[in-house]
Ligand binder design. Structure first.
Ligand SMILES: [Cu+2]
Length: 126
């Protein structure tokens, strides 16, 4: 009788481990890890509250960035005309080097709804 108990325990443990393995969410992709050398990540997250995740994105002049737009909810874009930036649709990332220090207004470039006109942030190049 004792061996049956041990056997069941082993099965239960095996099932448990299996469930844990398949149940674990995939580790989040570390986007900063696969950047080319010398390139930094500038990630912008947009959501359906018509906001970007920051009011100001501070970057260094002369530094090359990989600018990535991530839409947490809704469909938005990022436009900075003065810097030739337009992220939307199929183009959700772009390499940018900010040359001139200053403040640049960034706005949503996709008509995303009622709050669209107010969906703005600033890129601060230092
Ligand atoms: Cu919009």
């Amino acid at each position: 009788m004792k061996w049956i108990m041990s056997f069941l325990l082993v099965i239960a443990a095996a099932v448990g481990i299996y469930m844990m393995t398949i149940g674990l969410p995939k580790p989040p992709k570390d986007e900063a890890a696969d950047l080319p050398e010398g390139v930094e990540l500038l990630k912008i997250v947009a959501s359906n509250d018509f906001v970007f995740d920051k009011e100001e994105y501070v970057v260094k002049a002369g530094q090359k960035y990989k600018m990535v737009l991530s839409n947490k909810s809704g469909i938005h874009g990022v436009g900075v005309e003065a810097l030739g930036i337009d992220l939307q649709g199929d183009t959700m990332e772009q390499e940018v080097t900010f040359d001139k220090p200053g403040r640049y207004e960034m706005h949503c470039s996709v008509m995303c709804g009622l709050g669209h006109d107010k969906m703005k942030a600033t890129i601060v190049v230092e």
